[in-house]
Design a binder for this molecule. Sequence first.
Ligand SMILES: *Cc1c(COP(=O)(O)O)cnc(C)c1O
Length: 424
Amino acid sequence: MTRSERLFERAVKRIPGGVNSPVRAYGAIGETPRFIEKADGCYIYDVDGNRYIDYIDSWGPMILGHNFPAVRESVQKACENGLSFGCATELEVEMAEFICERIPHVEMVRMVNSGTEAVMSAIRAARGYTGREKIVKFAGCYHGHTDAMLVSAGSGVMTSGVPDSAGVPEGCTRDTMTAVYNDLDSVKALFESAPGQVAAVIVEPVAANMGVVLPKDGFLKGLRTLCDENGALLIFDEVITGFRLAFGGAAQYFQVVPDMVTYGKIIGAGMPVGAYGGRRDIMEMVAPAGKVYQAGTLSGNPIAMTAGLTQLKYLWENPQVYEELEKKGEKLYGGMEKIAEDSGRALTLNHIASLGSLFFTEGPVVDYASAKTSDTAAFAEYFKAMLRMGIHLAPSQFEAMFLSDAHGEEAIEETLDCVRRYFG
Ligand SMILES: *Cc1c(COP(=O)(O)O)cnc(C)c1O
């Protein structure tokens, strides 16, 4: 028995499912999760001494690679002053200024502790600002586990959501409407079904929680127009894409201006941080400036702000990271695409910059319904083989691969070799 197996035996007795977040379990794969001891650069090491090239990157935060020296050192130094004060600090002002001065559509920002909290709060602010209650989301987009967003992700249009989880009252999802990703007509139909009632449309500007699904040309701009025509706010959930596709996220990448954005993952550099922000007139609705209540004992925590700000500063001062990530993405995902094509199997590779997904289906994958046509059993076989060869992928067909600045030529070549060996 490996140490991971023994740890998992202990874990399941005291932690539901043995993990503190479902996606860490290897349930869909039929294996024991690998327990991790440490990580450095693009490598991650389990408690049995195995080394893997890591494409999870903590689900996105580690865009500079694991254990990035400047981030680690800044945290060590910050710890000397105490871990938390629950009071205002200069760092929070610096963080807010750093973001707002560089991302034009973020005029004000509020720090929270996770992406879930960021989305929950942004939705509350949007409802408070518009005085409306309905929210449009897209099937297959994940916005954290706040009640209103845990809506059964059917593939069709739904004017009233059905809870996707036990424990979510129907009242909490009644005002969540579900549209089809990349289908503007489905959004239009929802607006027409509830005139003057939609507070906001929330979207992952690049969907990365049903595997990676790119917005079609004109989709994001079309959402902007539909929101304007209907007096609704457009919220970009940039928890994955923020500071990843570009410093200004997908909004900058695609040149579409949302009213509000949510951040997470990269903004904390591995510490639990989320944020929501946007237009000043909307953000001034938030307490204590305004009447939308939202709070947090540890929000803006000095250690978390130090880690996040150090990473954001590095990204801002080294914009070549984004060019490099584009090139690496082209090399890795382009290479995988070629191998997939040559194999003659039913495979589809969706990718943009550092994000990519290999779907086990003929494709094209453009929305949740087409993503769901993937052969998840075939994915599980592939996942297991890659793990044995030292490649650490997310244990689910519907999660993205994350490239970091630390993935060098050698690691990418080694990965491609493994993919080639598997399909060859
Ligand atoms: C991860 C994620 C969230 C939730 O963030 P947590 O920090 O896990 O709560 C929300 N939206 C998107 C797009 C995400 O990928």
